[in-house]
Design a protein around this ligand. Structure first.
Ligand code: ZN
Length: 219
């Protein structure tokens, strides 16, 4: 199956992408991983991306598209892939459509993870990270530490990253609405969009997604 995963920040997209890719036996292709891999391997595209990032600029669509297409042409992606973080705007979606068409391929589904906006803010703004170890993550409501502000694992001080502040979350949601949501309409016109609720336990959301994708394919 060739799937694009979309959803606002805080929808648990990365986590779901990893589980779904495993269940579907297709590679999970995330733009974050693509950037890191191309840069660490010193590829031509990686060098171009790094130059933009070092200058504090966004990596242009052409570079991102080229990296994603190159990754999708690898042998392990012959039977499908799950894209996470790409396409993130309509022009990337159009480039993807054209590239797949050239290969005689098409997407099977665009899985849209839906989360109410207030829930997104609650999920992200409630995160607290340990100063000693960034893997020690808590949430003021969903997984609170035993003692407020103190890490259960190592006693370290818990803090809120700047990226997780409510103001930053609202800005990221705004970017999502203006840049990424239009791709849902773009794919809806192609009959590809499958929307599911991303509320509940991680495993419940994965099961919901699998049912929706399988139902969609059978239909
Ligand atoms: Zn800790």
């Amino acid at each position: 199956m060739r799937i694009v995963l979309v959803g606002p920040p805080g929808a648990g997209k990365g986590t779901q992408a990893a589980y779904l890719a495993k269940n579907l036996s297709v590679p999970h292709i995330s733009t974050g991983d693509l950037f890191r891999a191309n840069i660490s391997q010193g590829t031509e595209l990686g060098k171009q991306a790094k130059a933009f990032m070092d200058a504090g600029n966004l990596v242009p669509d052409e570079v991102t598209i080229a990296m994603a297409l190159e990754r999708m042409s690898q042998p392990d992606a012959v039977n499908g892939f799950l894209l996470d973080g790409f396409p993130r705007n309509v022009s990337q979606a159009e480039a993807l459509d054209e590239a797949l068409k050239r290969e005689g391929l098409k997407l099977d589904a665009v899985l849209d993870l839906e989360v109410p906006e207030d829930e997104v803010v609650k999920r992200i703004a409630g995160r607290r990270i340990c100063r000693n170890e960034s893997a020690h993550v808590f949430h003021v409501t969903y997984s609170p530490p035993e003692v407020p502000g103190v890490c259960d694992h190592c006693g370290g001080e818990l803090y809120q990253r700047d990226d997780d502040s409510e103001e930053t979350v609202r800005t990221r949601l705004e970017v999502y609405h203006t840049q990424t949501e239009p791709i849902i309409d773009h794919y809806r016109a192609q009959g590809l969009v499958v929307t599911i609720s991303a509320l509940g336990k991680v495993t419940e959301v994965t099961e919901r997604a699998m049912r929706a994708l399988q139902g969609d394919q059978a239909a």
